[in-house]
Design a protein around this ligand. Structure first.
Ligand SMILES: Nc1ncnc2c1ncn2[C@@H]1O[C@H](COP(=O)(O)OP(=O)(O)OP(=O)(O)O)[C@@H](O)[C@H]1O
Ligand SMILES: [Mg+2]
Length: 1109
């Protein structure tokens, strides 16, 4: 369904007046009261003609919804209550339909809502202009340029948490259909001093904090940054966190926006690298160093930071270090290098950081422009949006070069505002054929001239001073001003030639004051020369140009030695003047639309309206002036159709319909109402009303008449409503009655029908019961006869059964009695035989059973077959004690046999040896028990297999019984050496362990005795037959781990070969023959020094002591 067109007007439900032009009386107080009243009712927008005043609400209002966009879309400017959307719509439609380029000029002081307003305008235009994939991408790119520029160009200040620190002018370009094609952004005067220093309570640009909070660890590492803000001198810490602002999330938004705008990944990375480099520059510190020639020189304190910066920017470290220590001045062909002192070095560092950042910012703007540039070459229509500082007036002469520049820009804007408003007014009068009367207003061209005049303007003189040779200071500049501008009526200075201000104490000596159109501003000259010069030492720009980082290199083209330019770069002032001039030229070709932003309080708080603050702003925004200009001729104008539509009810001829041209209708109307002729004029398409009072009179009459009309409408409506209601009721009553009658008849019929049914059923029931009764009687008679017959048969059967049972019982009793009688007879006969034999038989039987049970149980309880298992089940009966023991013995013998039967011949031999050993040593030598577990291997050393002992093996032909390494105790000192001990059938041999060479050979017949101690050691002596060849050196003393085995084998072999028992002496003290000496070998306990190993020591000629642990 098409939306019904509702004719409304700005004048409907107005709070205060929606258009200040209609304010009566017009003065500052009524102006502020009107604003306040509207502000208190959430009406933050108010018009002055087609200028919109916007008061910052400092809270989200529900007035920017898509529904609101629809409301304002394609509506007349004055049709709905004042809104920024109305202005945007007017501008857009005028651009689209009338082919007029537009500009939207937004001014106001910091925090007044300019940036928000510009975004609202852009989003409105984006919402109402054409749609489609391509168009949407362009829109998205235009809108997403905002977060990127805000991150790099906005900062938290005491006045605004998101203060734009640059001026911005954006041209949005449209095709003939009104679809966006692209845009161009220009930026003005970035406040770069903020990079190196921020006033108390303020922050550096958002991007620094966003980078540190939002970047991933990996990115931070790559940029050699740390997350901690306090690590960086350039970041003020007292307000590093802003309430309600999530820097990390904003970082992601910015990265995303960069991507949408079209930054390549490597470009975005380069940008962040420059940001990181700026941040790190702040951490470079200098210390003084005196040189021999007495000059002060500075040196970098910690080169680590410098190194990281150089790595990041890919600049040779020595180049940058030199640029921080020297300054080269080139004049014609000469080059002079001077060293920098600490203060100069810091100045150079900060200048570099500021330049790097501001150039990066300009680069960003250019890069965005490249992306959002319109792709087609078709003719474009343009809508410019200017978001620039409003007038800035600080108290206490804190106004500096920046304020001077900003105020100059505003002065120019005011100038074209006046020019264009008056021009438009004049054009409208001409268009409408109304006589033009001269309007008196203040023209600020004279102030603009004071500042920008090329010969004696303030900016020109500042440039002149900066370029002049000799010492130039802010004071010499002021002196110059005092001379040249002394007579200018808007220039004030204490020291000016005209002595007008000699006694004005509110004017300090180092200041000058300009009377701007918006009020007087006191400027402090300090810093003017320096800021205007905006110097960066050439050494630094050259160092930057040498960077391997392509973005940085491109930012410093003047550093290229090939393009060396001895001319000074243009000063900041002249640059700004030129860009303002371009801007003004640009704006002049466009249809202006104004948004004047006002800040209601200094606390960034909602609902507070500080009248003094607003009054101040109204003054310097020149708003009253604007109203006056607007009202100069006629206060109100309206096209004839809407005018007639609105007031036609005030005259009988025009109400309810006027047939004829609208203008004639309005004429009739105004004549009828007797409005004085001088109060209005008829234009070609509009009626012009001179005084707001006339309009309000019309409005009052309309209101009254509307009330009468409303009563009339109500009356007719009520009559109509009651009649229709009555007719409806009557119709309904007839319908209800008809329905009811039908219902009642239906009910009666139902009743009669059911009664008939009841009576019928009663009669049928009675008949049926009668028949049933008769049938039942007949049936009962038949049953009685059957029952009686059955009883009679039953009685007969029972009698017969009883008789048969009696007969059977009698027969059984006879059999039982007969059996008892037979038993009695037998028992009497056999009693005497039973007594003689039964007792013995029972005894034997019982015994047999017990023994049987014993053996069967034993079978299940048998212990294991291991000969060493000592287990044997307990004896169950005392009388079986001896049997039980015998059984145990037999079982043990049997299982030993079983065990032995498994032995091979080899094992048998070993066991024989073991038995022999046990006979020889058991309970005699403490070493014996440890030998039981040892397998008697004999040939421990496998001579056959080891090629080292091949010779040894070849030398022995007999079977080897023992081959083992033993320690041979040296007879002289008791020390031991390893020897191979070999025992064959006939000989005992000793060989060298390493070479296998035989050292001694003793025939077994020459071995007379073996001696050893009773203790736990392996020492033993082999005694030789006196006078034998082997005995020339004396007896042998050995020690071995296998002593028991060796002694046993020696014993057995000797016995089998010589048929003589070898004497084995076990004693802790025995004599041995060493050459001629008889030496006593004595075993003593103790000496734990060497742990568990026995030690041997020759004490003297007669004694060799073995200490056994
Ligand atoms: N229409 C609005 N609705 C709600 N809040 C607003 C509106 N306009 C401004 N604000 C609030 O005021 C704050 C400051 O606005 P904005 O940043 O637009 O000021 P500005 O005039 O651009 O200041 P500066 O000159 O410092 O850049 C915004 O962050 C927002 O919180
Ligand atoms: Mg802003």
């Amino acid at each position: 369904m098409a939306k019904m067109e509702v004719k409304t007007s700005l004048l409907d439900n107005m709070i205060g007046v929606g258009d200040m032009v209609l304010l009566e009386p017009l003065n500052e107080e009524t102006f502020i009261n009107n604003l306040k009243k509207r502000f208190d009712h959430n009406e933050i927008y108010t018009y002055i003609g087609n200028v919109v005043i916007s008061v910052n609400p400092y809270r989200p209002l529900p007035i920017y919804s898509p529904e609101k966009v629809e409301d304002y879309r394609n509506r007349n400017f004055y049709e709905l209550s004042p809104h920024i959307f109305a202005l945007s719509d007017e501008a857009y439609r005028s651009l689209r339909d009338q082919d007029k380029d537009q500009c939207i000029l937004i001014t106001g002081e910091s925090g007044a809502g300019k940036t928000e307003a510009s975004k609202l305008v852009m989003s409105y235009v984006a919402a109402v202009c054409g749609k489609g994939a391509e168009v949407n991408q362009v829109k998205e790119q235009l809108l997403q340029s905002n977060p990127v520029l805000e991150a790099f160009g906005n900062a938290k200040t005491v006045r605004n948490d998101n203060s734009s620190r640059f001026g911005k002018y954006m041209d949005i370009e449209f095709d003939f259909k009104g679809d966006p094609l692209g845009g161009v952004i220009s930026n003005y005067l970035l406040e770069k001093s903020r990079v190196v220093k921020q006033p108390r309570g303020e922050r550096n640009f958002h991007v620094f904090y966003q980078l540190l909070s939002g970047a991933s660890e990996e990115l931070l590492n790559k940029l050699t940054l740390e997350r901690d803000f306090s690590r960086y001198n350039y970041l003020s810490l007292d307000s590093a966190k802003v309430n309600g602002v999530d820097d990390a999330a904003n970082f992601r938004t910015v990265r995303n926006a960069m991507q949408i705008v079209g930054f390549m990944d490597h470009e975005a990375e380069s940008v962040l690298e420059v940001v990181a480099a700026v941040l790190k520059l702040g951490n470079i510190e200098f210390k003084p160093e005196s040189r021999v020639n007495g000059l002060d020189e500075s040196k970098i304190k910690d080169k680590n930071e410098l190194k990281e910066i150089c790595e990041l920017t890919r600049i040779d470290q020595s180049v940058l270090e030199r640029a921080f220590s020297f300054r080269t001045v080139e004049a014609k062909q000469e080059k002079v290098s001077t060293t920098l002192n600490v203060a100069q070095a810091y100045y150079a560092r900060d200048a570099l950081a500021k330049n790097l950042y501001s150039r990066l910012f300009s680069w960003l703007v250019n890069r965005i422009n490249e992306s959002i540039k319109a792709q087609t070459k078709v003719r474009k229509k343009v809508m410019g949006v200017l978001d620039i500082y409003g007038f800035e007036i600080f108290e206490n002469a804190d106004n500096s070069f920046e304020q001077f520049i900003i105020n100059y820009c505003n002065e120019k804007l005011q100038q074209i505002f006046i020019e264009l408003t008056l021009k438009e007014e004049q054009e409208e009068y001409v268009r409408e054929g109304i006589e033009w009367t001269h309007i008196d207003y203040f023209n600020n061209a004279i102030i603009c001239d004071l500042i920008e005049n090329n010969t004696n303007g303030i900016l020109a003189m500042l440039d002149e001073e900066c370029l002049r040779p000799g010492t130039v200071t802010d004071e010499t500049f002021l002196e110059k001003l005092n001379q040249v501008c002394a007579t200018h009526q808007h220039f004030e200075s204490r020291m000016s030639k005209s002595s007008r201000f000699l006694n004005d104490t509110s004017l300090p000596h180092s200041c000058f004051r300009i009377q701007h159109y918006a009020g007087k501003v006191l400027y402090q000259v300090e810093g003017f020369v320096d800021k205007n010069n905006d110097l960066l030492y050439r050494d630094l720009s050259q160092a930057m140009w040498k960077a391997g980082h392509s973005l940085i290199k491109s930012l410093f083209p003047e550093g290229n030695p090939a393009k060396i330019n001895l001319k000074r770069p243009p000063t900041a002032g002249s640059q700004f003047k030129a860009s303002v001039a371009t801007l003004m030229k640009n704006l002049q070709t466009k249809n202006p639309n104004y948004i004047r932003c006002i800040k209601p309080n200094d606390k960034k708080a909602a609902h507070i309206f500080s009248e003094a603050l607003v009054c101040h702003q109204i003054r310097y925004l020149g708003l009253l002036e604007s109203v006056r200009v607007r009202r100069a001729g006629y206060a109100f104008r309206q096209a004839y159709e809407p005018c007639l539509e609105r007031y036609k009810m005030l005259c009988k001829q025009t109400w309810p319909h006027w047939k004829g041209p609208a203008r004639a209708g309005v004429e009739v109307l105004f004549n009828e109402l007797e409005i004085p002729m001088e109060e209005y004029s008829f234009g070609r398409s509009k009626i012009f009303i001179r005084n707001p009072r006339t309009l309000f009179k019309l409005e009052d009459l309309r209101k009254q008449r509307l009330e009468d009309l409303a009563t009339l409408i109500q009356k007719i409506y009520r009559g109509w409503k009651c009649r229709t209601h009555f007719l409806l009721m009557r119709k309904s009553q007839i319908v209800i009655a008809a329905w009811y009658r039908r219902y009642a008849q239906q009910k009666r019929y139902q009743q009669i029908k059911s009664s008939t049914l009841v009576i019928q059923s009663y009669i049928r029931g009675w008949k049926a019961r009668k028949i049933l009764r008769e049938l039942k009687h007949q049936k009962r008679c038949e049953e009685a006869a059957t029952t009686i017959a059955a009883y009679w048969h039953g009685t007969q059967a029972r009698r017969e059964l009883k008789r048969l049972k009696e007969e059977a019982r009698r027969k059984h009793a006879v059999a039982v009695i007969w059996a008892y009688w037979l038993g009695l007879k037998v028992r009497r006969e056999y009693r005497k035989f039973f007594r003689a034999n039964a007792g013995k038989k029972i005894y034997e039987f019982t015994l047999q059973r017990i023994v049987q049970k014993y053996f069967l149980e034993m079978k299940n309880k048998m212990p294991s077959l291991s000969p060493i298992d000592k287990n044997w089940p307990p004896r169950p009966y005392l009388f079986l004690d001896s049997t039980h023991k015998e059984l145990k013995r037999i079982f043990h013998l049997w299982r030993c046999k079983k065990y032995r039967d498994q032995f091979t011949d080899q094992q048998k031999l070993i066991y024989e040896e073991k038995l022999e050993a046990s006979e020889l040593f058991k309970d005699k030598k403490a070493l014996y028990p440890s030998s039981v577990g040892q397998p008697f291997q004999g040939a421990y050393l496998e001579i056959n297999k080891n090629p080292k002992y091949k010779k040894l093996k070849d030398a022995i032909e007999e079977k080897i019984i023992i081959a083992e390494v033993v320690n041979k105790i040296n007879r002289a000192n008791g020390k031991s050496t390893s020897r191979i001990f070999l025992l064959t059938n006939n000989n005992l041999l000793l060989a060298d362990q390493k070479s296998g060479q035989i050292k001694s050979e003793v025939p077994l017949v020459d071995v007379t005795k073996v001696s050893m101690s009773s203790q736990n050691d392996g020492f033993f002596a082999v005694h030789l037959k006196e006078g034998s060849e082997a005995a020339s050196k004396g007896d042998f003393l050995f020690s071995s781990d296998h002593l028991i085995e060796m002694a046993t084998k020696l014993y057995r072999t000797t016995l089998s070969q010589t048929k003589q028992k070898l004497n084995i002496e076990i004693s802790d003290e025995f004599l041995v023959q060493f050459r001629q000496d008889k030496v006593c070998v004595k075993f003593i306990q103790g000496n734990q020094k060497n742990g568990r190993v026995p030690t041997c020591k020759r004490k003297n000629n007669r004694l060799l002591e073995v200490a056994v642990p």
